[in-house]
Design a protein around this ligand. Sequence first.
Ligand SMILES: [Fe+2]
Ligand SMILES: [Fe+2]
Length: 459
Amino acid sequence: MQLKLPIAAFSTTFLLSLGWGLGCGASSELSFECKDSTQPDQGFASCESGLKHRPEIVACQLALPRPGIDCGGGFDPSGCNTDSDCTEAPNGYCVSGQVCYCTYACKTDADCADGQLCECRGSVSACVPAAGCKVDADCPGSICATHLTECGGTGYSCVTDADDCTTNADCKQGQQCLYNGSRRYCGVDTCVEGRPFYVDGHIRTAPLEAGASWSDRDVCRHLETLDLTPGVRQLAQDHYLEMAAMEHASVAAFARFTLQLMSLGAPANLVDESQKALADELRHARLAFGIAERLGVARQPAKLDVSHALDDQSPWNILHTTLMEGCIGETIAAARMLEASLLATDSRLSAALAQVAEDETRHATLAWRSVAWLLRRNPELAEPARQLLARTVAAQLAEPAESESMPREVQPHAEQLGVLSDARGRLVAHEALRHIVRPTANALFSRLSAAGPVQAATV
Ligand SMILES: [Fe+2]
Ligand SMILES: [Fe+2]
């Protein structure tokens, strides 16, 4: 006998109405409706909202090499103009854009690392992170759908009741639907403001709650009297709260970095500078929470999830974290903050942001010096480090431009408050990658090769 009662949905509604949450194991009762899904193409389909999901697992139908691909005009760090130039592994193809580089397609999930799935993309494909699911059947009552992570990354995870959104359309203007490693939420992809706190490849920040315990009470009091339109005020509030959450997480990043340096036997000057940087980040967080409060929204950080933050403390993992958080993350953050300070028309706000930019620059150089020290101690890690930097820089430069989330009419007013538009933030990041990260990396590796067994090669 088949009941007419939609028991799963009823059960969910019932438990939620009690306000007790779904409880242990009850998440399998989740009901998510993917309206008007398209027919699967190579295992992938899209809901009416545009959300891509995976109803079935089938092998990708690659069509390589593709005719008509010629990347002769772009910067070419790995020597590809056409798909046929990518021969280091099977199914190579040349990603063309501002930067051309080889990548290697997968046919099935077995071709990808643990925790990844093979996403078919027409005639090509790529391995992408899979957080807890690889197909819809892994998500009872729901779907295994794509998500956007900070800094433009993508991956797949179950849509759950804990999610605030599934696509950008669920968020208010200026925000995106982002995944933080456990749930989807509406936020501003600031990407790198201060040192990002990476755990398991995701940037972690604390959720915010009402309160002003972290606000610097003396900062920019005059901002309270600014005459702002509601749209500009909202954008500026969101921006400074995102900055505050990132700076707050940077305190944890430097607390961890101090421990990492000590675990490696680092000299006292590096440990001392890490501790001073932690104090800087605390000040930046209080500044940003303070500015947000002056702009009309008083928030403070709730609990920061630090679980697994110290799980892997091998020299390679510490090096990897320092390269991503410090050498790339803080270098771009410093450049963006400097741009923001120059855009801000209010002299006191501009001076406060300029001080942050100066601090972030010092933190970025600390990261590069720490990496140099670490590579002198572990020269066998130099080539993997060079490859990681080359790959990351190339990938970030090649990311397609997303649509501008900041409405054009508020853009000049928001930028006067130090809030960068998406296009400006991206441009600053690209400039920092091209003109700071890449030359610094090349100088580092040429110094290392002059001093020892490390091979000279460029990033
Ligand atoms: Fe900072
Ligand atoms: Fe920093």
